[in-house]
Write a protein that binds this ligand. Structure first.
Ligand code: ZN
Length: 198
């Protein structure tokens, strides 16, 4: 390693964050080292704790500190409804809309054959297991309204309907090509209420 090996390593590490290029990475590294070493320590500690303690919920696949997350273990949730989303941030957006009371499954991605992401990579065998338990009467497909999100919803819809279970798709109000994370609460609430058979 050269003289600035450690600094370079920090810049390279920061560049792994989404939307961070070489200039921003350098700015962040200098800021933390020159002006906020205490903050830098807190970031390092928080990251290290999160990596150690946060895993995936055994049922819904969302990030969780416990084997089964708070939503999956809440007695009040409607166990006949399952909502499938692409990411943890989509789940948060739907929770904030306040209208959905069922359970979730988080794919942690979407089908993307060109990138080698098939059904196994997004947990579809686990969804099949949940459906086989028999409690779920309707699956709400809340993948993004992008090309890949739509393709994923189609695939899931076929799989779900083949088991005699109702599959619905959110639509109303969410713009075509739209991502749930960036859709406002009211629109999301309407999109859920106005879901139609997929
Ligand atoms: Zn869960």
């Amino acid at each position: 390693m050269n003289e600035n090996g450690v600094l370079d390593a920090l810049k390279q590490a920061l560049r792994r964050l989404p939307g961070v290029g070489p200039k921003s990475a350098q700015r962040m590294a200098f800021y933390l080292l020159e002006r906020d070493r205490d903050g830098a320590r807190r970031i390092a500690e928080a990251l290290s704790n999160a990596l150690e303690r946060i895993k995936h919920c055994q049922r819904c696949n969302n990030l969780s500190e416990t084997d089964v997350c708070a939503i999956c273990s809440a007695p009040k949730r409607d166990r006949s409804l399952l909502c499938i989303v692409e990411s943890p941030s989509d789940l948060v957006s739907l929770e904030q809309s306040g209208v959905y009371q069922g359970l979730y499954f988080v794919l942690m991605g979407r089908l993307s054959p060109l990138d080698g992401i098939g059904p196994d990579e997004i947990g579809i065998p686990r969804i099949e297991q949940l459906l086989a338990e028999g409690a779920i009467k309707e699956v709400v497909l809340a993948t993004n309204l992008t090309v890949e999100g739509e393709a994923t919803a189609h695939y899931l819809s076929d799989m779900i309907r083949a088991r005699g279970i109702r599959a619905t798709r959110i639509a109303y109000g969410v713009p075509i090509g739209g991502e749930l994370e960036y859709t406002d609460r009211t629109t999301l609430a309407r999109a859920l209420a106005g879901r139609r058979d997929a």
